[in-house]
Design a binder for this molecule. Structure first.
Ligand SMILES: Cc1cc2nc3c(=O)[nH]c(=O)nc-3n(C[C@H](O)[C@H](O)[C@H](O)COP(=O)(O)O)c2cc1C
Length: 153
């Protein structure tokens, strides 16, 4: 199965998850970037606003999702939702994604409603992996990743 792991990250955690998963299943990876500066406290505040209002941004990506059997989207939670680049990617490319799996991570927030949000955006049901950093040990997270990649096979 040809798989693409697409991720958006501000501070590197989603990149680390994406590369871990991709390495286990020999998948391609792609970092989505957008036209906004999310760094610093102003970037954080703006990110909260954009996340909360489910805004979109101009995104940059190069790999075509239609060339893959499965696209795994890896994203952090921003104000109970996902970063705008992920909203944009899902809305723009939903018809080109054959199958989807979603990996979300947060500090402490529940992820259930955000999984549903992405499933609604893409109109596809997905395999899901959720990482809540303050509620899970590194060992728990690695076990969950192992289970998730087994389910994908
Ligand atoms: C703008 C913004 C909003 C956030 N909102 C939440 C939130 O509502 N709940 C939560 O648990 N974590 C929240 N976080 C924390 C991130 O989801 C978390 O640190 C994540 O692991 C960061 O991933 P990254 O390193 O790939 O950017 C927020 C972070 C940012 C930058």
């Amino acid at each position: 199965m040809k798989t693409l792991v697409v991720y958006f990250t501000r501070t590197g955690y989603s990149k680390m998850l994406a590369e871990n998963i991709a390495g286990k299943i020999n998948a391609d990876t792609e970092q989505i970037k957008d036209d906004k500066n999310w760094s610093g406290i102003l970037g954080y505040l703006k990110g909260g606003l954009y996340g909360f209002s489910k805004k979109m941004t101009q995104i940059v990506y190069s790999k075509r999702p239609e060339n893959y059997d499965l696209v795994i989207i890896v994203a952090p939670i921003w104000a109970g939702s996902v970063p705008p680049a992920i909203n944009t990617y899902c809305k723009k490319l939903k018809d080109k994604i054959n199958n989807i799996a979603i990996v979300l991570n947060s500090e402490s927030s529940s992820l259930d409603s955000t999984f549903k949000h992405i499933e609604n955006l893409t109109k596809k049901s997905s395999a899901n992996l959720g990482v809540i950093k303050k509620k899970m040990t590194v060992h728990d997270i690695e076990n969950k990743i192992e289970k998730f990649v087994e389910e994908l096979k």
